[in-house]
Design a protein around this ligand. Sequence first.
Ligand SMILES: O=C([O-])CC(=O)C(=O)O
Ligand SMILES: [Mg+2]
Length: 225
Amino acid sequence: MSRHVVVQHVDRVPAEILQGLAEQGVSTVHEADGRRGALDPLVRPIQSGARIAGSAVTVSCHPGDNLMIHAAVETVRPGDIVVVTTTSPSTDGMLGELLATSLAAHGAVGVILDAGVRDVAELREMGFPVWARAISPQGTVKASPGSVNVPVVAGGQPINPGDAVVADDDGIVVVPRDRVGATLEAARKRTANEAAKRDRLAAGELGVDMYHLRPLLEQLGVEYR
Ligand SMILES: O=C([O-])CC(=O)C(=O)O
Ligand SMILES: [Mg+2]
């Protein structure tokens, strides 16, 4: 059996759940899933204002080699987010506007790179959202095998093909596919709670989350003078 595979079928998250998760945003989804799933914050957006959710198409590449991103293109379906990792740390510019054009033509809504990106001005102009660990002009070759749609670790988080990935200006969170429905429900409740809290905070109320702010601080040994 080969050590390298391209898995062509991925079970995906339903589009209406992805849309709901995108509306909730990364920080709320992360809280709603028990503060789990946040990728390393050094994997950062290259643009501002993008907020997307999609099913993960995962790519494991040899460092300095983007062959497997090319191999992933034909597995992409509309609404997917391509998650690229390398088998050892790399900041090389593995994806630029050409590869992004190819992925977008197959319906990818964004790319997460635990590696480097280049052609940043063109990508911003295209409006194709990318989150990456580095921006680097360093070119890569197309010579080494790797895998598509296998479990990977990106930004320190395990990601399975078909998991929900949500990304915005706050960063990136992954939600395992079997928890997406419960997480979306919890996120919506949290957003409704926050709306009520916001009104109370705007009215000047203190300690809205803590019932009684002063007794809590005193219990923790903080002295009021
Ligand atoms: O071609 C590459 O290897 C990466 C790149 O710059 C592009 O996709 O435009
Ligand atoms: Mg280029």
